[in-house]
Design a protein around this ligand. Structure first.
Ligand SMILES: Cc1cc2nc3c(=O)[nH]c(=O)nc-3n(C[C@H](O)[C@H](O)[C@H](O)COP(=O)(O)OP(=O)(O)OC[C@H]3O[C@@H](n4cnc5c(N)ncnc54)[C@H](O)[C@@H]3O)c2cc1C
Ligand SMILES: NC(=O)c1ccc[n+]([C@@H]2O[C@H](COP(=O)([O-])OP(=O)(O)OC[C@H]3O[C@@H](n4cnc5c(N)ncnc54)[C@H](OP(=O)(O)O)[C@@H]3O)[C@@H](O)[C@H]2O)c1
Ligand code: SF4
Ligand code: SF4
Length: 507
């Protein structure tokens, strides 16, 4: 018997460091780590010690013979990875965590944000230095997208929040919630009281489609829809109207799958989760029967990850069909094993126009919106690619009553810091903020997470990302490159109290 990693893996690689036989790959040192959808255990080398299962923060690891029926497929998926990639379990050179300079107890570091990137950064700084950490978040509750993004029907993933929650009991950490840097306090004010400021502010905005009618009454972004079912304070309880029978979801990434599941799930199942009460009430009255997921590319280039699609397709209460577009059958039939299109093998191919008695999710490929009407209908252009050139052919209307635009997130510029509009990230080298004009580091300013890398990657990818930024902070501390703040931590707390009486400490 061996162990296997399953759907909820968020790539944080905690298991890699506890495995005594190095049989979990790709490791953060291996090239595939940056693009892998999950990690895999080599069943031929695993010695069943169970250390990985104990260490996994999201309960993704199980002994193969205890896998539930819908997770059983992961036994083969783990083994297949080693068939396809070979197995090299030799240990690389040992790496020792970077530690803080002598006198680091005098260091004060501010971390702006409390999402995964901020939490991994604070954990690492607390472990490797004796610095004092100030965390700041504009929202009243910490967690970032773990609290306000991860779908309520993913309770195992949300569990990672428990490991982050321990941070707020640490005697060297203080968290100021309901306080926005750039609005309530400035970067200069935070920097005046800390040796370094690490921005982990994520990507709170949405990308835009730039089509006519995008901001119409029956069109909403996934950012807002997700915030609605997660009780985000910026989204009112009546933000979503589910009185239409058909919803068009633009984009086919994992967020689109989350939204589709919430729209089509049995509300009584959702009632057992921490979904917002107002969302549950609306979902109980929902008339939605069909969700059409529009991908602008073909089935092999769908943006959802394999584990998330497999989980969705094993849901016995959810009927999934592929819209019968020209070429789609051929693309699925021709898919090699491991190709994303092969996930659709056996999924019925039906016309989107056919009515269906059951609730269903329709996957429509090569389709991009051109116009959104005020009633929620969408004019869609079918796109084909020939010799890398994107050609648009016929257009047709999909009649619908709501459009959810799930085409990705976008970071907002931060006052007083450089920002690259093209990538919507803060320019940096190894996490050090860099002025694009002088190409010199902005003294004492760092970035981590989605504001550094852009809005992609699961929760765990922020762990390796934060290690790079923390190493840069510590290198600068050792080299004496950090500015010396003029104000104390107590003075910062007084400033916060004066400036924003409704800001509160989180313990
Ligand atoms: C809808 C959705 C669902 C997801 N589900 C999963 C999943 O199931 N599994 C998975 O592995 N990954 C999931 N992800 C990806 C994962 O959530 C991200 O990788 C991760 O949250 C990015 O971390 P971050 O810390 O950079 O940003 P965030 O988590 O967004 O945290 C940023 C924090 O900064 C705060 N902030 C922003 N600006 C300011 C400011 N000016 N002052 C003070 N505070 C500020 C915000 O309030 C927020 O708390 C999901 C992503 C989305 C969008
Ligand atoms: N593990 C989980 O459960 C989970 C859950 C949610 C999110 N996440 C992670 O969070 C990250 C963000 O997810 P996401 O779904 O927001 O983003 P995403 O994976 O980048 O998907 C965005 C989708 O929007 C499409 N798109 C972008 N611009 C478009 C345009 N102008 N017109 C039409 N379509 C357009 C993209 O198409 P193209 O592919 O053609 O660009 C893609 O299908 C991802 O890394 C995701 O894996 C993970
Ligand atoms: S979530 Fe982390 S610890 Fe759990 S299996 Fe995935 S990489 Fe390993
Ligand atoms: S059970 Fe033990 S040997 Fe097997 S993958 Fe997990 S940590 Fe490694």
């Amino acid at each position: 018997m061996a162990y296997a990693i399953t759907q909820t893996c968020c790539n944080d690689a905690t298991c890699v460091s506890v495995c005594p036989v190095n049989c979990i790959h790709p490791t953060p040192d291996e090239p595939d780590f940056g693009t892998t959808e999950m990690l895999y255990i080599d069943p031929r080398t695993c010695i069943d010690c169970g250390a990985c299962a104990d260490a996994c923060p999201v309960d993704a690891v199980f002994p193969v013979d205890l896998l539930s029926a819908d997770q059983a497929v992961f036994s083969d998926i783990n083994a297949q990875y080693y068939e396809d990639n070979g197995a090299d379990h030799t240990w690389g050179a040992p790496r020792f965590p970077r530690s803080g300079p002598q006198g680091s107890d005098e260091l004060r570091i501010a971390v702006v944000g409390t999402g995964p990137a901020a939490a991994y950064t604070a954990q690492s700084l607390l472990r490797s230095t004796s610095a004092e950490i100030t965390m700041i978040d504009r929202l009243p509750v910490p967690g970032g997208l773990v609290r306000y993004g991860v779908a309520p029907d993913h309770p195992s993933t949300k569990k990672i929040g428990d490991s982050f929650a321990a941070l707020y009991r640490h005697p060297r950490l203080r968290a100021h919630m309901n306080l926005e840097v750039g609005a309530d306090v400035s970067h200069a004010e935070v920097a005046e009281h800390h040796h370094a400021v690490v921005y982990a502010v994520g990507a709170s905005r949405e990308r835009t489609l730039d089509v006519s009618g995008e901001d119409g009454p029956a069109s909403i972004s996934a950012t807002r829809f997700v915030g609605w079912y997660n009780a985000h304070p910026d989204v009112p309880p009546d933000a979503v109207d589910l009185s239409a029978e058909r919803v068009v979801l633009v984009g086919n990434g994992n967020v689109a799958l989350d939204v589709a599941r919430i729209l089509l799930s049995d509300p009584e199942e959702l009632a057992t989760t921490d979904i917002a009460e107002h969302a549950l009430r609306t979902l109980r009255r929902s008339r939605v029967r069909e969700v059409v997921l529009l991908g602008r590319r073909g089935p092999r280039d769908a943006a959802y990850t394999r584990p998330e699609f497999r989980a969705l397709s094993r849901n016995p209460d959810l009927r999934i069909v592929v819209d019968d577009q020209p070429g789609v059958r051929e693309a699925i039939d021709a898919a090699a094993p491991g190709d994303k299109a092969a996930l659709l093998d056996g999924v019925p191919i039906e016309s989107c126009e056919q009515r269906c008695a059951d609730k269903r999710l329709v996957l429509r490929f090569w389709s991009a919106p051109v116009e959104i009407a005020s009633d929620g209908s969408v004019l869609v252009a079918r796109t084909v690619q020939r010799e890398r050139v994107q050609l648009t052919s016929e257009q047709d209307w999909i009649s619908a009553g709501l459009v959810v635009r799930s085409i990705g997130y976008r970071s907002a510029p931060l006052a007083d810091l450089p920002f690259d509009e093209a990538t919507a990230t803060v320019p940096h080298r190894g996490g050090r903020v860099v002025d694009p004009v002088t190409e010199q580091p902005v003294s004492g300013a760092y970035v981590v997470g989605w504001i550094k890398r852009g809005p992609s990657g699961g929760i765990g990818t922020n762990r390796t990302c934060s290690q790079e930024t923390v190493d840069s902070v510590l290198d600068d501390a050792v080299a004496g490159r950090l500015p010396v703040p003029s104000g104390s931590r107590r003075a910062f707390t007084r400033l916060v109290r004066r400036r924003k009486p409704s800001a509160h400490k989180f313990t």
